[in-house]
Design a protein around this ligand. Structure first.
Ligand SMILES: Cc1cc2nc3c(=O)[nH]c(=O)nc-3n(C[C@H](O)[C@H](O)[C@H](O)COP(=O)(O)O)c2cc1C
Length: 172
């Protein structure tokens, strides 16, 4: 279970270049396995993580639209690459560059797997500013309209660059 009322702090943990934060989930996004690096960065014990929803490490600064994009891609069998700001149990944060992909069994998606590595520091300025704008748009409307409102800001930003989200993250 995700503890309520974690207050986000300004304490950042920066991933090292040789570290990989790995987890797997079932088809509903419930955690089925984590590696030791995941445990370290999240601040949760392995037993707190297993069977919890993966939003246990969700940081309020990461837009809902980004998760919507991730799930749309994954449910269609695609791989999602993206920047996520995650939150530790103590409210601290850590940026990751995540690759999430479906896992197959008998031709069907049976779960998902994510490997996260340190993001390029230069990319984070652009991403943090973009996510701030997208999140602001999501927050100014009723909850039901948050994703369309966020996607509108994201699409406008991407249109100016002439890129899809996937192309942008690959080139930043
Ligand atoms: C394999 C896998 C890995 C994920 N990794 C993360 C992650 O590192 N951080 C995160 O916030 N959400 C991650 N998610 C997305 C969460 O399932 C969830 O959609 C997101 O946290 C938003 O949750 P909410 O809509 O309940 O706020 C992952 C999902 C899957 C399937």
């Amino acid at each position: 279970m995700k503890p309520r009322n974690i207050v986000p702090t300004a304490i950042e943990r920066v991933m090292k270049p040789d570290e990989y934060i790995i987890s797997t989930t079932d088809t509903g996004g419930r955690i089925t396995s984590v590696n030791d690096v995941f445990v370290d960065y999240s601040g949760y014990a392995q037993k707190e993580l297993l069977r919890s929803q993966h939003n246990i490490v969700r940081h309020p600064d990461t837009p809902r639209s980004i998760f919507w994009l991730a799930w749309e891609t994954l449910k269609e069998g695609g791989d999602f690459y993206g920047y996520l700001k995650n939150m530790s149990k103590d409210g601290g944060y850590y940026w990751v560059f995540a690759h999430i992909q479906p896992e197959y069994g008998g031709g069907e998606i049976v779960g998902y797997r994510s490997v996260r590595r340190v993001p390029r520091r230069e990319a984070l300025g652009t991403i943090a500013a973009l996510y701030r704008d997208v999140r602001a748009a999501e927050r100014t409307v009723p909850a039901k309209q948050a994703i369309p409102a966020g996607l509108a800001v994201l699409s406008q930003f991407l249109a100016q660059r002439g890129q899809s989200y996937e192309q942008m993250v690959a080139r930043l």
